[in-house]
Design a protein around this ligand. Structure first.
Ligand code: GDP
Length: 183
């Protein structure tokens, strides 16, 4: 999840090392939840969900409402899996949210939209990982500044990732695998 154009689709592609998600130079194009079934070797299969981006310029109130509706429904219709185990309608029977990756542009730490998305997500039962995208676009000093700002704004450190250089993707994979193995 993240702002439109932050690099969500590129991150999906980089994670699975395939071009499956449509990337776009034009912000705000994806208005659907795109699901990708991932079957990692030696691990349970899971879906990567590329949620619609929020907060693109020119989207207006209508787009904002549509985003809230889609995202709200998506989270409402799926539990976190916590407490579902052992019950008849358990995790096996339906899709549940194992965790949420919030993607934030490393060059724009602490935007209002991102902060409110983070706050909203933290109030949901699923675990949240904050990632800073496109770090390849920053030089050393810019990165240090971005790291500090992320931590100050969000209260947690962001995992720096790049779909171009592959930086941070192993760590992100480890987080995803921890989530799907969660008891
Ligand atoms: P989405 O709207 O969040 O799915 O964003 P996209 O994945 O479509 O990416 C938006 C634009 O940012 C595209 O032009 C991508 O090529 C570019 N982009 C995405 N990730 C990276 C990255 O890690 N590094 C760089 N340099 N560009 C990126």
């Amino acid at each position: 999840m993240g702002r439109s154009n932050v690099g969500k689709s590129s991150l999906v592609n980089a994670l699975v090392r395939r071009d499956v998600a449509r990337t776009s130079a034009k912000p705000g194009k994806t208005r659907l939840v795109n699901l990708y079934l991932v079957e990692p070797a030696g691990s349970a299969p899971f879906y990567l969900a590329d949620l619609p981006g929020y907060g693109h310029a020119g989207g207006g109130m209508q787009a904002a409402r549509e985003f809230d509706r889609l995202t709200g429904e998506y989270f409402r219709d799926r539990g976190s899996g916590i407490g579902d185990q052992g019950s008849g309608a358990g995790r096996r029977g339906r899709r549940w949210i194992a965790g949420v990756v919030l993607a934030v542009d490393a060059r724009h730490p602490g935007l209002d939209h991102d902060l409110s998305a983070f706050r909203w997500l933290r109030a949901q039962p699923a675990p949240v990982a904050l990632v800073a995208t496109k770090v390849d676009k920053l030089k050393q000093a810019g990165r240090a500044h971005s790291d500090r700002q992320m931590e100050t704004s969000f209260g947690v450190a962001a995992l720096a990732v790049s779909a171009v250089t592959g930086e941070g993707l192993d760590q992100l994979w480890r987080i995803l695998l921890t989530w799907i193995r969660r008891p």
